[in-house]
Design a protein around this ligand. Structure first.
Ligand SMILES: Cc1ncc(COP(=O)(O)O)c(C=O)c1O
Length: 469
């Protein structure tokens, strides 16, 4: 029995070294390992369905179970051949930063409990503010991810633009926008019938004319348009909505412009990305996700708001038990600027990894994502039978095997999944199922792509043969 839940210094070191050794082994051998595996629910659930043990066991035994039953049944999103969804390349320095934060159990909600962490968060938010071209009065905070960043931003938009009164309020975005936005609107209480999902144009962007027409129609019907949501890199194709034009519409119409840059906005730090993302700096609020294309381990998302005071206006509530946190005006309490009171020191991992690797390395890592997508597109163009549906755009390529129907593409995904060498998933564009690669892991090599596409080609030919195509 160990009622103090405490270990000797020697044992803590032993356990720490064991964990670090596991991590180093995992990360250095990742490329020669399968991309991961999906467990069979009946076996997996049965293996883990046990009562909490009354008496503890050796850490080594629990670590072994973690390895065998849990981690082996995981898709390694940081694997160089994980091309599905949005990879999470992460980096070791940030993983160690997370271990430090957890070890110190830092409370980053108030200045009184975490002044150093608050100062770091302010500094890192400032780096991102400058990178995104937001004005000096802008501010923001770190949250768990893009979903929470979108929710936070839309709660601010509701407060500022509508004074929290939702009757007749309408919001506009393209049918390519991420589902987290619809969720966020649901949470802030916007009725579904007041959400205008506008069909995208042939480049998968929000068409400005259609948007204007929809706003006009709503105004004529007595509705209260209040917000346009643009995507800075859609999940499906990497398309970037026409941000500058949308900003003009929003200025003319006095609407809030939220930009969901959870996938793509981080690319603003490199030249190619900055050019593609022009207009990003005009948003009233912006979501970006360091746990995607800024190579951080989960969870870290970020919301920036053009006028930092809006965050505080939306979220500040001061109960009596937090009065001590408000004695000095120069002290910054992140809890007043977002939803969470208890919040972890997420900024540390981004701060530490940028300090250790330097911005030049981050820039090059993002540029590599662009390059790998271009390589993927070029390679597919040379493969007979394959067609590009959307060309390399912000690290994403969508493609199809000509002659194979939607169901055959879905079967291909299942075959790749079983094969375990790499992971590629599907999406639907203009009603057709397509395959999609997202190549933002800077540790992916051209060979990884070559070998994956060769396997995919073999699988497609084999399947087409089986189906008599
Ligand atoms: C464009 C976009 N927005 C929002 C999100 C949601 O972000 P998260 O998964 O970090 O909550 C994603 C996730 O892939 C995304 O691609």
């Amino acid at each position: 029995m160990n009622p103090r839940l405490e270990l000797s210094p020697e044992r803590m070191r032993e356990i720490g070294y064991l964990v670090v050794d596991r991590l180093v082994e995992h990360l250095t051998n990742l490329s020669s390992q399968p991309v991961g595996a999906k467990g069979d629910p009946s076996t997996l659930l049965a293996n883990l369905n046990e009562a909490p043990p009354e008496h503890g066991m050796a850490f080594e035994a629990v670590l072994e179970q973690l390895e065998c039953d849990i981690l082996r049944n995981t898709m390694h999103v940081n694997h160089p051949r994980f091309f599905a969804y949005v990879p999470g390349p992460s980096n070791f320095v940030s993983a160690m930063a997370d271990a430090l934060i957890s070890g110190y159990n830092v409370f980053a909600g108030t200045w009184i409990s975490g002044s150093g962490p608050a100062a770091v968060e302010l500094a890192v938010i400032e780096w991102l503010r400058v990178a995104c071209g937001f004005p000096s009065g802008a501010g923001g905070l770190f949250v768990s991810g893009g979903t929470m960043a979108n929710l936070t931003a839309l709660a601010v938009a509701r407060h500022v633009a509508l004074d929290d009164r939702l009757e007749g309020a309408t919001v506009y975005y393209s049918d390519q926008a991420h589902s987290s936005l619809e969720k966020a609107l649901r949470v802030i209480g916007l009725p579904r019938e007041n959400v205008r999902k506008i069909a995208c144009d042939t480049d998968y962007r929000l068409p400005v004319r259609e948007l204007e027409r929809a706003i006009e129609k709503d105004r004529a019907a007595g509705k209260r348009p209040f917000c346009v949501i643009a995507s800075a890199g859609t999940t499906n194709t990497g398309a970037i909505d026409p941000l500058s034009e949308l900003s003009s519409v929003c200025k003319d119409q006095r609407l809030w412009l939220h930009v969901d840059g959870a996938y793509g906005a981080a690319a603003v730090i490199c030249d190619q990305g900055r050019e593609l993302l022009h207009g990003l700096e005009l948003a009233d609020s912006l979501s970006l996700d360091p746990h995607k294309w800024l190579f951080q381990p989960f969870e870290i998302g970020c919301v920036l708001v053009r006028d930092a005071a809006h965050l505080r206006d939306t979220f500040l509530i001061l109960p009596e038990y937090l009065k001590d946190t408000h004695q000095y005006s120069a002290e910054f309490n992140f809890t007043d600027h977002g939803l969470q009171l208890t919040r972890s020191f997420r900024a540390l991992k981004l701060w530490m990894s940028i300090k250790v690797f330097g911005m030049a390395a981050f820039r090059a890592a993002i540029e590599r994502g662009f390059e790998l997508a271009e390589f993927t597109e070029a390679r597919l163009r040379k493969m007979p039978g394959w067609e590009i549906v959307t060309p390399a755009q912000m690290g994403i390529v969508c493609f199809r095997y000509a002659g194979a129907d939607d169901a055959a593409h879905l079967r291909l995904v299942q075959s790749i999944l079983k094969d375990g060498f790499a992971l590629i998933t599907s999406t639907i564009l203009q009603g057709k199922t397509v395959l999609r690669t997202c190549t933002i892991n800077p540790r992916t090599t051209e060979r990884d792509i070559d070998e994956t596409l060769d396997r995919l080609d073999r699988l497609a030919r084999h399947k087409s043969h089986d189906m008599g195509l």
